[in-house]
Ligand binder design. Sequence first.
Ligand code: ADP
Ligand code: MG
Length: 257
Amino acid sequence: MTMALVLDNITKSFHQNRVVDNLDLTVHQGQAIALIGPNGAGKTTVFNLISGIYPLDQGRIYIDGTDVTNISSGRRIRAGVARSFQNVRLMPYLSVMDNLLLGQHLQASGVGTLLAPFRLMPHNRWREAAREALETYDLTGMENKPVGALPYGIRKRVDLVRATLTGARLLLLDEPAAGLNPSETNALRQHLDRMRIDGMTLVVIEHDMGFIERACDHVVVLNFGAKIAEGTLAQVQRNPLVQQAYIGTTAQQEVMA
Ligand SMILES: Nc1ncnc2c1ncn2[C@@H]1O[C@H](COP(=O)(O)OP(=O)(O)O)[C@@H](O)[C@H]1O
Ligand SMILES: [Mg+2]
Protein backbone atom coordinates (compact mmCIF):
# COMPACT_ATOMS: atom_id res chain seq x y z
CA MET A 1 0.00 0.00 0.00
CA THR A 2 1.24 3.50 -0.81
CA MET A 3 1.66 5.79 2.13
CA ALA A 4 0.24 9.28 1.64
CA LEU A 5 2.97 10.74 3.85
CA VAL A 6 6.09 9.39 5.50
CA LEU A 7 8.36 11.45 7.74
CA ASP A 8 11.54 9.45 8.16
CA ASN A 9 13.54 10.57 11.16
CA ILE A 10 13.26 14.31 10.47
CA THR A 11 15.12 16.93 12.51
CA LYS A 12 15.08 20.73 12.39
CA SER A 13 16.82 23.29 14.57
CA PHE A 14 16.57 27.07 14.66
CA HIS A 15 19.67 28.65 16.21
CA GLN A 16 20.80 25.54 18.16
CA ASN A 17 17.23 25.08 19.32
CA ARG A 18 16.02 21.63 18.21
CA VAL A 19 12.40 22.25 17.30
CA VAL A 20 11.70 18.94 15.53
CA ASP A 21 13.62 16.01 16.96
CA ASN A 22 14.05 12.70 15.07
CA LEU A 23 10.39 12.52 14.19
CA ASP A 24 8.96 9.45 12.41
CA LEU A 25 5.41 9.52 11.12
CA THR A 26 3.46 7.38 8.65
CA VAL A 27 0.06 8.39 7.31
CA HIS A 28 -1.96 5.98 5.16
CA GLN A 29 -4.11 7.22 2.32
CA GLY A 30 -7.56 8.27 3.56
CA GLN A 31 -6.43 8.42 7.17
CA ALA A 32 -7.02 11.48 9.38
CA ILE A 33 -4.24 12.02 11.89
CA ALA A 34 -4.25 14.59 14.68
CA LEU A 35 -1.00 16.23 15.69
CA ILE A 36 -1.23 17.57 19.23
CA GLY A 37 1.13 18.90 21.87
CA PRO A 38 1.64 21.96 24.08
CA ASN A 39 2.29 25.38 22.54
CA GLY A 40 5.76 25.54 21.05
CA ALA A 41 6.00 21.74 20.67
CA GLY A 42 6.90 22.13 16.98
CA LYS A 43 3.58 21.26 15.31
CA THR A 44 3.41 24.18 12.88
CA THR A 45 7.10 23.68 12.08
CA VAL A 46 6.34 20.08 11.05
CA PHE A 47 3.78 21.49 8.56
CA ASN A 48 6.37 23.98 7.30
CA LEU A 49 8.80 21.11 6.75
CA ILE A 50 6.22 18.94 4.96
CA SER A 51 5.22 21.80 2.66
CA GLY A 52 8.84 22.70 2.01
CA ILE A 53 8.91 26.17 3.56
CA TYR A 54 12.11 25.17 5.42
CA PRO A 55 14.74 22.60 4.49
CA LEU A 56 15.37 19.67 6.85
CA ASP A 57 18.58 19.30 8.83
CA GLN A 58 18.24 15.51 8.73
CA GLY A 59 15.82 12.86 7.54
CA ARG A 60 13.60 12.37 4.52
CA ILE A 61 10.01 13.17 3.54
CA TYR A 62 7.97 11.02 1.16
CA ILE A 63 4.63 12.00 -0.38
CA ASP A 64 2.72 9.20 -2.11
CA GLY A 65 5.93 7.20 -2.09
CA THR A 66 7.99 9.93 -3.79
CA ASP A 67 11.00 11.38 -1.98
CA VAL A 68 10.29 15.13 -1.91
CA THR A 69 13.04 16.02 0.58
CA ASN A 70 14.95 18.13 -1.91
CA ILE A 71 12.15 19.52 -4.05
CA SER A 72 10.67 23.00 -3.81
CA SER A 73 7.50 24.03 -2.06
CA GLY A 74 5.81 24.70 -5.42
CA ARG A 75 6.59 21.24 -6.70
CA ARG A 76 5.26 19.68 -3.50
CA ILE A 77 1.93 21.37 -4.21
CA ARG A 78 2.04 19.68 -7.58
CA ALA A 79 2.75 16.40 -5.79
CA GLY A 80 -0.61 16.90 -4.05
CA VAL A 81 -0.04 18.78 -0.80
CA ALA A 82 -2.28 21.66 0.25
CA ARG A 83 -2.61 23.41 3.56
CA SER A 84 -4.81 25.79 5.41
CA PHE A 85 -3.24 28.22 7.84
CA GLN A 86 -3.91 29.11 11.46
CA ASN A 87 -5.60 32.22 10.10
CA VAL A 88 -7.66 32.21 6.93
CA ARG A 89 -5.71 33.61 3.97
CA LEU A 90 -8.26 34.71 1.38
CA MET A 91 -8.70 38.05 -0.41
CA PRO A 92 -11.44 39.78 1.63
CA TYR A 93 -12.59 42.21 -1.09
CA LEU A 94 -12.97 39.53 -3.75
CA SER A 95 -16.02 37.31 -4.05
CA VAL A 96 -16.00 33.68 -2.99
CA MET A 97 -15.93 32.61 -6.66
CA ASP A 98 -13.05 34.95 -7.49
CA ASN A 99 -11.06 33.63 -4.54
CA LEU A 100 -11.61 30.07 -5.74
CA LEU A 101 -10.69 30.93 -9.34
CA LEU A 102 -7.64 32.86 -8.15
CA GLY A 103 -6.56 29.81 -6.15
CA GLN A 104 -6.83 27.62 -9.22
CA HIS A 105 -5.16 30.18 -11.43
CA LEU A 106 -2.21 30.55 -9.07
CA GLN A 107 -1.91 26.79 -9.04
CA ALA A 108 -1.87 26.71 -12.80
CA SER A 109 0.47 29.59 -13.53
CA GLY A 110 2.30 30.37 -10.31
CA VAL A 111 5.33 28.12 -10.36
CA GLY A 112 6.62 26.95 -13.71
CA THR A 113 4.70 23.98 -15.01
CA LEU A 114 2.48 23.64 -11.97
CA LEU A 115 -0.58 21.44 -12.28
CA ALA A 116 -0.58 20.70 -15.96
CA PRO A 117 -4.18 19.36 -15.98
CA PHE A 118 -5.54 22.71 -14.81
CA ARG A 119 -3.52 24.58 -17.40
CA LEU A 120 -5.18 22.61 -20.12
CA MET A 121 -8.59 23.19 -18.66
CA PRO A 122 -10.49 26.13 -20.20
CA HIS A 123 -11.39 28.90 -17.74
CA ASN A 124 -15.12 28.19 -17.87
CA ARG A 125 -14.33 24.65 -16.74
CA TRP A 126 -12.57 26.08 -13.65
CA ARG A 127 -15.69 28.05 -12.85
CA GLU A 128 -17.81 24.95 -13.23
CA ALA A 129 -15.52 22.94 -10.95
CA ALA A 130 -15.65 25.73 -8.35
CA ARG A 131 -19.45 25.85 -8.53
CA GLU A 132 -19.73 22.09 -8.08
CA ALA A 133 -17.42 22.24 -5.06
CA LEU A 134 -19.49 25.04 -3.49
CA GLU A 135 -22.59 22.93 -3.90
CA THR A 136 -20.92 19.86 -2.40
CA TYR A 137 -19.81 21.84 0.65
CA ASP A 138 -23.15 23.58 1.27
CA LEU A 139 -21.96 26.95 0.07
CA THR A 140 -24.47 27.36 -2.75
CA GLY A 141 -25.56 30.98 -3.13
CA MET A 142 -22.35 32.29 -1.58
CA GLU A 143 -20.37 32.61 -4.81
CA ASN A 144 -20.89 36.34 -5.40
CA LYS A 145 -20.50 37.45 -1.77
CA PRO A 146 -17.29 39.23 -0.82
CA VAL A 147 -15.32 36.92 1.46
CA GLY A 148 -14.77 39.68 4.04
CA ALA A 149 -18.53 39.96 4.61
CA LEU A 150 -18.97 36.28 5.52
CA PRO A 151 -18.98 34.80 9.03
CA TYR A 152 -15.65 33.31 10.07
CA GLY A 153 -16.90 29.71 9.94
CA ILE A 154 -18.06 30.10 6.35
CA ARG A 155 -14.75 31.72 5.38
CA LYS A 156 -12.92 28.73 6.81
CA ARG A 157 -15.08 26.45 4.68
CA VAL A 158 -14.33 28.53 1.59
CA ASP A 159 -10.64 28.18 2.41
CA LEU A 160 -11.07 24.38 2.61
CA VAL A 161 -12.87 24.32 -0.73
CA ARG A 162 -10.01 26.39 -2.19
CA ALA A 163 -7.54 23.79 -0.93
CA THR A 164 -9.53 20.90 -2.44
CA LEU A 165 -9.71 22.64 -5.82
CA THR A 166 -5.93 22.57 -6.08
CA GLY A 167 -6.24 18.84 -6.70
CA ALA A 168 -4.63 18.10 -3.33
CA ARG A 169 -4.68 14.59 -1.95
CA LEU A 170 -2.97 15.47 1.33
CA LEU A 171 -4.41 18.32 3.35
CA LEU A 172 -2.57 19.89 6.30
CA LEU A 173 -4.93 21.79 8.60
CA ASP A 174 -3.50 24.07 11.27
CA GLU A 175 -6.13 24.57 13.99
CA PRO A 176 -9.17 24.37 11.68
CA ALA A 177 -11.70 24.54 14.54
CA ALA A 178 -10.14 27.56 16.26
CA GLY A 179 -12.61 30.45 16.39
CA LEU A 180 -15.57 28.36 15.24
CA ASN A 181 -18.82 28.01 17.19
CA PRO A 182 -20.14 24.48 17.90
CA SER A 183 -22.42 24.34 14.85
CA GLU A 184 -19.67 25.61 12.52
CA THR A 185 -17.27 23.07 14.05
CA ASN A 186 -19.79 20.33 13.37
CA ALA A 187 -20.24 21.47 9.78
CA LEU A 188 -16.48 21.58 9.29
CA ARG A 189 -16.13 18.05 10.61
CA GLN A 190 -18.81 16.76 8.25
CA HIS A 191 -17.01 18.38 5.35
CA LEU A 192 -13.73 16.80 6.35
CA ASP A 193 -15.46 13.40 6.53
CA ARG A 194 -16.76 13.97 3.01
CA MET A 195 -13.27 14.83 1.78
CA ARG A 196 -11.96 11.58 3.24
CA ILE A 197 -14.64 9.59 1.46
CA ASP A 198 -13.32 11.21 -1.71
CA GLY A 199 -9.85 9.86 -0.84
CA MET A 200 -8.31 12.87 0.90
CA THR A 201 -5.69 12.27 3.59
CA LEU A 202 -5.68 14.69 6.51
CA VAL A 203 -3.14 15.81 9.08
CA VAL A 204 -4.81 18.09 11.61
CA ILE A 205 -3.22 20.26 14.31
CA GLU A 206 -5.99 20.93 16.81
CA HIS A 207 -6.55 21.73 20.47
CA ASP A 208 -10.25 20.82 20.52
CA MET A 209 -10.24 17.22 21.80
CA GLY A 210 -13.95 16.73 21.04
CA PHE A 211 -13.23 17.66 17.44
CA ILE A 212 -10.26 15.29 17.28
CA GLU A 213 -12.27 12.45 18.76
CA ARG A 214 -14.85 12.72 15.99
CA ALA A 215 -12.68 13.78 13.05
CA CYS A 216 -9.45 11.78 13.48
CA ASP A 217 -8.64 8.10 13.79
CA HIS A 218 -5.12 8.39 15.13
CA VAL A 219 -3.39 10.87 17.42
CA VAL A 220 0.32 11.73 17.57
CA VAL A 221 1.66 13.77 20.49
CA LEU A 222 4.70 16.03 20.19
CA ASN A 223 6.66 17.56 23.04
CA PHE A 224 9.82 19.58 22.43
CA GLY A 225 9.73 18.36 18.84
CA ALA A 226 9.79 14.67 19.71
CA LYS A 227 6.98 12.14 19.46
CA ILE A 228 6.09 11.11 23.01
CA ALA A 229 2.97 9.04 22.30
CA GLU A 230 0.58 7.88 19.59
CA GLY A 231 -2.61 5.89 19.39
CA THR A 232 -6.29 6.56 19.84
CA LEU A 233 -7.24 9.77 21.64
CA ALA A 234 -8.23 7.76 24.74
CA GLN A 235 -4.88 5.95 24.71
CA VAL A 236 -2.78 9.09 24.52
CA GLN A 237 -4.91 10.89 27.10
CA ARG A 238 -4.18 8.08 29.56
CA ASN A 239 -0.45 8.22 28.87
CA PRO A 240 1.48 9.66 31.86
CA LEU A 241 4.10 11.22 29.55
CA VAL A 242 1.35 13.13 27.77
CA GLN A 243 -0.28 14.23 31.01
CA GLN A 244 3.10 15.41 32.28
CA ALA A 245 3.77 17.38 29.07
CA TYR A 246 0.54 19.32 29.50
CA ILE A 247 0.87 20.10 33.21
CA GLY A 248 0.59 23.83 33.81
CA THR A 249 -0.61 24.60 30.27
CA THR A 250 -3.94 26.16 29.39
CA ALA A 251 -4.87 23.01 27.45
CA GLN A 252 -4.32 20.79 30.51
CA GLN A 253 -8.03 20.43 31.31
CA GLU A 254 -9.00 19.51 27.76
CA VAL A 255 -6.32 16.87 27.40
CA MET A 256 -7.01 15.21 30.71
CA ALA A 257 -10.79 15.43 30.39
N1 ADP B 1 11.34 30.48 11.68
C1 ADP B 1 11.66 30.26 12.96
N2 ADP B 1 12.79 30.77 13.49
C2 ADP B 1 13.14 30.55 14.78
N3 ADP B 1 12.39 29.82 15.63
C3 ADP B 1 11.25 29.29 15.17
C4 ADP B 1 10.81 29.48 13.81
N4 ADP B 1 9.64 28.83 13.63
C5 ADP B 1 9.35 28.27 14.83
N5 ADP B 1 10.30 28.53 15.75
C6 ADP B 1 10.35 28.07 17.14
O1 ADP B 1 10.10 26.69 17.12
C7 ADP B 1 9.35 26.30 18.26
C8 ADP B 1 8.14 25.53 17.82
O2 ADP B 1 7.23 26.43 17.19
P1 ADP B 1 5.92 25.94 16.45
O3 ADP B 1 6.27 24.91 15.46
O4 ADP B 1 5.22 27.15 15.95
O5 ADP B 1 5.10 25.27 17.66
P2 ADP B 1 3.56 24.87 17.79
O6 ADP B 1 2.92 25.04 16.46
O7 ADP B 1 3.58 23.47 18.29
O8 ADP B 1 2.99 25.80 18.82
C9 ADP B 1 9.04 27.55 19.03
O9 ADP B 1 9.98 27.67 20.07
C10 ADP B 1 9.24 28.64 18.00
O10 ADP B 1 9.63 29.83 18.60
MG1 MG C 1 1.26 26.29 15.81
